[in-house]
Write a protein that binds this ligand. Structure first.
Ligand SMILES: Cc1cc2nc3c(=O)[nH]c(=O)nc-3n(C[C@H](O)[C@H](O)[C@H](O)COP(=O)(O)OP(=O)(O)OC[C@H]3O[C@@H](n4cnc5c(N)ncnc54)[C@H](O)[C@@H]3O)c2cc1C
Length: 475
C-alpha cells in the first residue's frame, strides 16, 4: 500500500457493502483502496471447507434473494467476473409434523395450491406485492426518501408495518399459511408480536415469487470474488490482513468509508465525532445472535415431506405458535428447547460443493446476544423430527457460537448478523437519526455497513448509498 499516494477513498472492511462502496467509487473514476482485517475478503460472503476436504460450506450468508434483486449488483457485470446463480426448483419449503409441507414456489398460484383453505387469501396478499416488486425495490432497498411509486409503497407499507402474528392471524385460518408466513417473518430476528416483523414475511415471500431465492454456484464467496475482480479491473487496490484500529492507521485519503458497526466505529474514530453523535452510537442496539452448525452428510437429508427435496431453503419450526414462542424466548434471554431453524441444502442443486453423492447442510438458529450455550443437539433434534434418519448421515460437523462468529468477523457483535436490531425505531435511523445516515459529523468519514439503511442482508445497497454520499463530498 502506497504511503505517498493520496487516495480519493479508503474503504475499511471488504464485506458486500464495503466492496459495493469501493466499486461505486472506482467506476466513477476515483482512486480506491480496501483494507480488510481478515486474510480472506468477503465478510459475510465467505466460503470454506469447514468440515472435510472437498466440502465447501458458506461461513455466513447462503441464500440471496436480496443479492439477486439488488439494483446495485444488477448494474454490475458480475457474471463476467465469475458469478453464476443457481435456482432450486422451489425457493423454500416449510414442513409440518404430519409429513406435509407448505411450499414457496416461484408461482403465486402454485404456492397457494399448497395452502388449502388459505389459498385465496395468500394470492390476494402476495400477488400485488410480487407484481410491484420492481417498483418497490428502490424504496425498500434504500434510505428513507420520497417514494417514486407512493401507491404501491402504501399498499406494501400498511401491512409491512404490522406485527407478523397480527397479520398472519387476521388473514389466514390454517397452520400451513400461518407457518409459511411466520417462518419468513422470523428472519427479522424480532418477536413475532412486534412490528414491523410482518415486513420480512411480505418481502421474502414476494421476492420468492418475483425473482427467486438463488445462491451462487460454488459458494457465497463467489459474490465477494466477483465484486473484488470487478473492483480490481477498475484499478482499485485490496489489502487483506490489515486491521484498522484508529483513523491514524488509514493511508492518506480524502474520504474513509467504514464497513463496520457503531461499536467499532466509536473505537476507531470516536475522537473525531461530536459528543451528540458519540452518544447516539453508544445507544445503538444490537439484536439476538445466531448459533450455527454446518454438516457434511453421506447422502441427502431424508425428509418426510417430499417437497423439501425440491427446495434450497427449509424452515423448521412448524406452527406459528411454536416459532413465535421460540423467538420470544430468545428475546427474554432464553434458549428454546425447539428453536426455529433456517436450513440450506445447496449441494442438492450445486454439484461443485461436495464429492459425488455427498452433501453439505447449512443451519442456524437464533440465540440471545452473546450466548455461550451449545445448541447443536437441539438443532439436530429439530432436523431429525422432520427427517428421521438425518443423524445417521452425519459425517462431520462444525459448530459456531456467537463468540466464534465475532472472532471471524468483528461486525458480528455478540453474534448479531444484521449489524443491529431492525425494529421500527432503528430500521430507518441506523446508525443515528441524521438527514444522511451514511455521513458522520467528521468531514470525509462515512459508515457504509449494514448498520445503515436498508440494513442486514447481502445486497450492497448500504455501500452504494454511502458511496453516493462520499462522491458528493469529493465533488
Ligand atoms: C450465519 C450467517 C447467515 C447469514 N445468512 C444470510 C443469507 O442467507 N442471506 C443474506 O442476504 N444475508 C445473510 N447474512 C447476513 C449478511 O452476511 C450480512 O448482512 C452482510 O454480510 C453485511 O455486509 P457488510 O458489508 O455490512 O458487513 P460484513 O459482511 O460483516 O463485512 C464486514 C467486513 O469488515 C471487516 N472489518 C471489520 N472490522 C474491521 C477493521 N477494524 N479493519 C478492517 N476490516 C474490518 C470484517 O472482517 C468483514 O470482512 C448472514 C450472516 C451470517 C453470519
Amino acid at each position: 500500500m502506497s504511503q505517498q499516494r493520496v487516495y480519493d477513498a479508503v474503504v475499511v472492511g471488504s464485506g458486500p457493502n464495503g466492496l459495493a462502496a469501493a466499486v461505486e467509487l472506482a467506476r466513477n473514476g476515483r482512486s480506491v483502496a480496501v483494507l480488510e482485517a481478515e486474510e480472506a475478503i468477503g465478510g459475510g460472503t465467505r466460503s470454506a471447507e469447514l468440515t472435510l476436504p472437498g466440502y465447501v460450506h458458506d461461513i455466513g450468508s447462503a441464500i440471496h434473494p436480496l443479492g439477486y434483486a439488488s439494483p446495485f449488483f444488477s448494474s454490475l457485470p458480475l457474471e463476467e467476473h465469475g458469478l453464476e446463480w443457481v435456482h432450486s426448483p422451489a425457493p423454500l419449503a416449510h414442513p409440518f409434523d404430519d409429513g406435509s409441507a407448505a411450499v414457496l414456489e416461484r408461482s403465486v398460484q402454485e404456492t397457494a395450491d399448497t395452502l388449502d383453505t388459505d389459498a385465496a387469501a395468500y394470492e390476494k396478499l402476495m400477488r400485488p406485492i410480487a407484481r410491484d416488486w420492481h417498483r418497490l425495490a428502490a424504496s425498500i432497498l434504500g434510505p428513507p426518501r420520497l417514494p417514486r411509486h407512493p401507491l404501491a409503497l402504501a399498499r406494501f407499507g400498511l401491512r409491512a408495518l404490522r406485527s407478523a402474528r397480527g397479520l398472519a392471524e387476521s388473514l389466514f385460518r390454517d397452520e400451513k399459511a400461518r407457518g409459511l408466513f411466520i417462518g419468513n417473518a422470523a428472519h427479522s430476528f424480532l418477536p413475532m408480536e412486534r412490528s414491523p416483523s410482518a415486513s420480512f414475511g411480505l418481502l421474502l415471500g414476494a421476492l420468492g415469487h418475483a425473482v427467486g431465492w438463488p445462491f451462487p454456484k460454488g459458494g457465497s464467496q463467489k459474490i465477494a470474488d466477483a465484486l473484488s475482480s470487478c473492483l480490481v479491473s477498475l484499478g482499485a487496490e485490496i489489502y487483506t490482513g490489515v486491521r484498522v484500529g484508529s483513523v491514524a492507521d488509514v493511508p492518506k485519503t480524502r474520504t474513509v468509508l467504514f464497513d463496520v458497526t457503531p461499536r467499532q466505529l466509536l473505537k476507531i474514530a470516536g475522537e473525531h465525532f461530536t459528543g451528540r453523535y458519540r452518544r447516539a452510537l453508544e445507544c445503538y442496539r444490537y439484536g439476538p445472535g445466531v448459533f450455527k452448525v454446518d454438516f457434511a452428510l453421506d447422502g441427502p437429508i431424508p425428509w418426510k415431506a417430499e417437497a423439501c427435496k425440491r427446495a434450497g431453503t427449509v424452515h423448521l419450526g412448524g406452527t406459528l405458535e411454536e416459532i413465535s414462542a421460540g423467538e420470544a424466548a430468545v428475546w427474554r434471554g432464553e434458549h428454546p428447547e425447539r428453536p426455529f431453524i433456517l436450513l440450506a441444502q445447496q449441494s442438492l442443486f450445486d454439484e461443485t460443493r461436495t464429492p459425488e453423492g455427498k452433501h453439505t447442510v447449512w443451519t442456524y438458529c437464533h440465540v440471545p446476544n452473546g450466548s455461550t450455550f451449545d445448541m447443536t443437539e437441539r438443532i439436530e433434534d429439530q432436523i431429525e423430527r422432520f427427517a428421521p434418519g438425518f443423524k445417521e448421515r452425519i459425517l462431520a460437523k462444525r459448530r459456531m457460537s456467537t463468540a466464534d462468529l465475532q472472532r471471524i468477523n468483528a461486525n458480528y457483535v455478540g453474534g448479531d448478523i444484521n449489524g443491529g436490531v431492525m425494529d421500527l425505531r432503528q430500521l430507518f435511523t441506523r446508525p443515528a437519526a441524521r438527514l444522511t445516515p451514511y455521513s458522520t459529523p467528521a468531514k470525509g468519514l462515512y459508515i457504509c455497513s449494514s448498520s445503515t439503511p436498508p440494513g442486514g442482508g447481502v445486497h450492497g445497497m448500504c455501500g452504494y448509498f454511502a458511496a453516493l454520499a462520499a462522491r458528493r463530498y469529493l465533488g
